[in-house]
Design a binder for this molecule. Structure first.
Ligand code: SAM
Ligand code: SF4
Length: 315
């Protein structure tokens, strides 16, 4: 569907849970988030119904996210039902990868097209520090399982955190040499847990090119600028929501795990969808898409206007 500013909105991200098995320092409080009541979380049926309404409005691509989508009971069924909705051409998933080894085959069989796996460093000790206890080996098993299951191409997402993981840019880039991984570096955004962090933590994406001068420009892929090491099978994407925000090209809206449509990640507007069915549900979603703000006001000096952090919205 075309919004008020002429953008074609064809992509919906659905958060299937706000819970997570990790506690990344920039995303989750150390003690985790207060658990929502079970009855406040979208059911599998509601997720399917929202997907049907979205497809009727021209959404073609669904991304399931969280929190950590693989801690959601019934995630394979959610994939099966959303992938079967007529008009939906692709269902993808964003995961921290730590539980993926046990799910990759079933997800693929249920109709999942591909996965984005978040991995902010290739150093096991640093990984434990950033995720507050996660095991890098589990994520690497998850990446292998996803490759074996044919969930390709695999995108590996790393947020750049000044003073924390910049040393690990090069090892992540090296992942692209022998396999078709799409490693993507993303500027960290001042939202939720890290909204009030010291500005030095917010490193510009240009840091990647300074550290790895051998990267040659290779075009664009959606919101990322692509680069490649000479002879490498994979690519490196740079995504800069802060230093050059890409709102004019934004094609997505989001639904939170408690059923609110969020037309813009960094704006406070939320449209309740629960309890709506059929034409009423479609109307509410149509209004949200039509009124999607032209751009957010976030920059390196100003934090997000969102009322929720990333784990509650679904990054
Ligand atoms: N748990 C899953 C994961 O980690 O991939 C899915 C949800 S997580 C909120 C989705 C993505 O948002 C992750 O890649 C994470 O690094 C990113 N993210 C979280 N907080 C962020 C922030 N403040 N700025 C930029 N990206 C952020
Ligand atoms: Fe969990 Fe993903 Fe947030 Fe890390 S980034 S705490 S894995 S939701």
């Amino acid at each position: 569907m075309i919004d008020r500013y002429g953008r074609n909105i064809d992509y919906l991200r659905i958060s299937v849970t706000d819970l997570c098995n990790l506690r990344c320092i920039y995303c989750m409080p150390e003690g985790g988030v207060a658990k929502m009541r079970h009855e406040d979380i979208l059911t599998v049926e509601e997720i399917e119904e929202i997907t049907r309404a979205a497809a009727a409005l021209g959404i073609e691509k669904i991304r399931l996210t969280g929190g950590e989508p693989l801690v959601r009971k019934g995630i394979v069924e959610i994939v099966r039902r959303t992938a079967a909705v007529p008009g939906i051409r692709e269902v993808a998933l964003t995961t921290n990868g730590s539980l993926l080894a046990g799910y990759a085959q079933d997800l693929k069989a249920a109709g999942l097209s591909r996965v984005n796996i978040s991995i902010d460093t290739m150093d096991a000790e640093k990984y434990r520090e950033v995720t507050r206890g996660g095991e890098l080996a589990d994520v690497l098993s998850g990446i292998r399982a996803a490759t074996d299951a044919g969930l390709r191409p695999i995108k590996l997402n790393a947020v750049l955190i000044g003073g924390i993981n910049e040393d690990f840019i090069r090892p992540l880039v090296e992942m692209t040499r022998d396999a078709d991984f799409r490693v993507r570096f993303i500027e960290i955004m001042p939202i939720g847990e890290c909204a009030d962090w010291n500005r030095e933590r917010f490193v510009s994406i240009s840091r990647v090119l300074e550290d790895v001068p051998g990267l040659a420009y290779a075009g664009t892929d959606g919101v990322s600028k692509l680069y490649r090491l000479e002879g490498a099978k994979g690519s490196v994407g740079l995504i800069s929501p802060i230093s050059s925000h890409f709102c004019p090209a934004c094609n997505k809206v989001r639904v939170t795990s408690d059923g609110k449509l969020k037309p813009c990640l960094h704006s406070p507007e939320e449209i309740p969808l629960r309890g709506l069915h059929g034409a009423a549900l479609e109307d509410a979603m149509r209004r949200g898409i039509l009124d999607k703000p032209l751009k957010h006001k976030l920059d390196s000096e100003r934090k997000s206007d969102s009322r929720r952090g990333m784990s509650a919205i679904g990054g």
